[in-house]
Design a protein around this ligand. Structure first.
Ligand code: SF4
Length: 287
């Protein structure tokens, strides 16, 4: 049976994008190909908050679970899902164990109108090989909607693509919808454009499901970068919706620009995505 290294598994309300407000199970896999240490920093500078917690925090060994970790206001807000210093907080679990845990945390122990979010880290790294086993588990049979929250840089493996395409075959009455929520990283993330903006990869996601783009915006320069990126995706044939989302893993930062980003989206015919987990739950681990 396939195993997945699970950083977090929790039940909450989806705070971002297409399924904003929908009760959701979040399966956060461990590992990412990026660090995104530029978020919330002056352009060209990188955050050392995560490394600071990892390497110089006096009580690093006292962190036994995610809920005990400090939140950060700069860099990647889910740093512990990829930072090697925290890898021991993320167990390798078999599909049976994952599904049994899901059944414990959702109301009525069944899917009903609950959506599954497979997030990270970057969930389309090597774990693609384990998803068919997980998603075909008998206790997942009534699951209807799945979102992969990805940075849009990882090609689908031929095996996983074939697996997802089965759900679209004529005559298959599976009634399952897969969405790719692509948070493409602009230069404000600290990542390089040529590594982060991969239009052909995202166009391929549209072959097997619904894909949309979500850009984190803090400044006018970020929006100008987003427009360049959107043009590149459109040129490659991408047809999905585009969301603008305010920067801010903590409330003080989020509240500075959420309204401005909403206005920017309205004025340019784009969609606005909130980060409901910030005002509702302070973006704490497990929300
Ligand atoms: S891609 Fe996402 S999970 Fe990975 S470092 Fe960037 S913000 Fe964090």
């Amino acid at each position: 049976m396939s195993k997945i290294k699970i950083a977090e598994l929790f039940y909450s309300v989806q705070g971002e994008g297409r399924y904003m407000g929908v009760p959701s199970v979040f399966l956060r896999t461990f590992g990412c190909n990026f660090k995104c240490a530029g978020f919330g920093m002056p352009r060209g500078e990188i955050s050392i908050e995560a490394d600071d917690i990892a390497y110089t925090h006096a009580n690093i060994e006292s962190f036994q679970k995610y809920e005990e970790l400090p939140l950060v206001s700069t860099g990647c807000d889910s740093y512990a899902s990829w930072h090697p210093a925290f890898k021991d907080l993320s167990p390798m679990l078999e599909s049976d164990a994952i599904v049994n845990r899901i059944m414990e945390i959702i109301p009525f122990n069944e899917w009903r109108d609950v959506h599954l979010v497979i997030t990270g880290g970057e969930p389309l790294l090597g774990w693609q090989r384990a998803y068919p086993d997980l998603l075909s588990h008998p206790k997942m049979a009534s699951l209807k909607e799945i979102t992969f929250e990805t940075n849009g840089t990882q090609k689908l493996t031929p095996e996983f693509k074939d697996y997802l395409l089965q759900w679209q075959m004529p005559g298959v009455d599976f009634n399952r919808e897969v969405t790719f929520s692509v948070s493409a990283k602009l230069p404000c993330s600290g990542e390089q454009w040529e590594d982060a903006i991969c239009p052909e990869v995202v166009c391929e996601y549209e072959e097997v499901g619904t894909a949309y783009l979500k850009f984190v915006i803090a400044t006018e320069q970020d929006f100008a970068d987003a427009e360049c990126a959107i043009a590149a995706y459109r040129k490659a044939g991408f047809t999905g919706h585009v969301y603008l989302m305010p920067v801010g893993g903590v409330e003080s930062v989020y509240a500075l620009n959420n309204k401005n980003v909403a206005l920017l989206a309205m004025n340019h015919g784009l969609r606005y995505s909130d980060r409901l987990q910030v005002p509702l739950f302070k973006n704490e681990w497990g929300t």
